[in-house]
Design a protein around this ligand. Sequence first.
Ligand code: SF4
Length: 246
Amino acid sequence: MTDAERHQALEVIAAEVRACTDCRLHQGRTRAVPGEGDPDTEVVFVGEGPGFNEDRLGRPFVGRAGDLLVKLLAAIGWHREEVFITNIVKCRPPDNRDPEPDEIAACSKYLRRQLEILDPAVVVTLGRHSMARFMPGVRISQAHGTVRPVDPATGARSALVFAMYHPAAALRTPAIERESFDDIRGVPAALVDARRRREAASKEVQQASEPAVPLLVESEPSESTPVSAPPSPLGADDATPQLTLF
Ligand code: SF4
């Protein structure tokens, strides 16, 4: 899929989201918030739901939490325009309450389709509701800053998920803000790890589709790709804090 085709496919989803009445959250919204960012990105950030400012503007993470997300990205040399940012539910829950399970279920089709189109290498979850979709059964106090493979059923067919606290929680609690700045420094290493896994997987597919190798030709040893290995710490050979995305 080309960049333009991806952009167009995301716009189709955005138009459906803006007209959606599939759960009660449509009743109180000013504007739905489908998400935005670079259609050719390798990294998708998934928050929980739009807040007051997002509901007014129809854009994700534009209030104080958005400002903090921009600062977190700046800490690793990234910009919000280089990633894609969206939420688990696309319409604002009243009074910023948590989204209900049936609302999350009703809205999940849009996130799944966005991930199918974007095919990210890394999904960064912001907050426990987003994390629960990609890392079910864990507590955010233990899972933040950790990484694991994504279930392809989520729409991200070959990705790692990296869990972080929601920036709104970081704004409320200085200790969580400090931890969030520590956590995000692990995202570039997760991206390096994810790229390596995707490359290895694509080589395997390529080799499987090639004709049998003649007996006299030695095949290259295959690269080991442990499933649950944590990302390389920054400072390792191939992970840098100023990682260029593309
Ligand atoms: S939250 Fe999602 S499912 Fe519910 S009305 Fe909005 S777009 Fe539709």
